[in-house]
Design a protein around this ligand. Structure first.
Ligand code: SAM
Length: 236
């Protein structure tokens, strides 16, 4: 069973949206498991402090290395990757998600305040991972995004296996536009080719739309896709 362990000072936030829909059903049926550790329960002072003022001064608070170190030691005695959600981290990609989903699970540390004491990162072998170039108030929502992206790839979670292989990023391109009934909505028809029944023509149209959208919206992806190693995304 694929296992997600989350360390947070807000354990009550979980499972949150992970308890609904595909992820929720898979959680209930035992395809994956979720355990949540309350970092605060590893504090030793009478105020159960998990943070302190930054060394060198400055605004905000920093999560304490001693408390967090104990929480990690109590949670993650196995060889699963230990990830720290952090805006400084490596941007999360679908390729990384696929690798994480193919393993035995993940351990996720959710930061709060100004972040965590730097010494825990090296001391406990945490890899920093970012969900985007913006700053959230805490790592919990980022952790949920990462878990959701992994869980939907676990065997049996998605209805049709093909819905994973044809999605955005699966071959280095954004996904082509999708349509469903009614055939005409507010004067806009579904593109005729999609109603033609000609599978080769439909595939060609979808590929060209995926290329058009990727070129227009994500020059970074397009550059890699259309560069010297043009073709399915082994480059990511
Ligand atoms: C307010 S943020 C700290 C931001 C930090 N002072 C900085 O400038 O990089 C608090 C916590 O939210 C989480 N977080 C915020 N933005 C994130 C992002 N883009 N990706 C992943 N985690 C994020 C991290 O766990 C972080 O420690």
């Amino acid at each position: 069973m694929w296992r997600a362990s989350v360390l947070t000072i807000f354990p009550e936030i979980f499972p949150g949206p992970l308890g609904a829909s595909l992820a929720g059903k898979a959680l209930a049926s035992g395809t994956w498991s979720l355990d949540v550790t309350d970092i605060r329960s590893f504090a030793t002072d009478k105020h159960r402090s998990v943070d302190d003022t930054p060394a060198g001064g400055g605004p905000g608070m920093v999560m304490k290395a001693d408390v967090l170190g104990r929480a990690i030691d109590a949670t993650a005695a196995d060889r699963r990757p230990r990830l720290l959600l952090s805006p400084r981290g490596n941007p999360l990609t679908q390729n990384r998600v696929e690798k994480l989903a193919a393993g035995t699970g993940i351990v996720l540390v959710c930061g709060r305040f100004e972040g965590i004491d730097e010494r825990v990162i090296a001391g406990r072998g945490l890899e920093e991972v970012s969900v985007g170039d913006y700053v959230l108030s805490g790592g919990e929502i980022a952790a949920m995004a990462l878990i959701d992206a992994c869980v939907r790839l676990l065997p049996g979670v998605m209805g049709a296996a093909a819905s994973g292989t044809e999605e955005s990023f699966a071959d280095g391109l954004l996904e082509y536009p999708q349509y469903t009934r009614p055939q005409v909505w507010e004067g806009q028809p579904i593109p005729e080719v999609l109603l033609s029944g000609d599978h080769a023509k439909i595939a060609a149209w979808r590929r060209s739309e995926a290329e058009r959208l990727t070129k227009a919206r994500r020059p970074d992806l397009w550059e890699r896709y259309s560069g010297p190693k043009k073709g399915p995304a082994k480059w990511r």
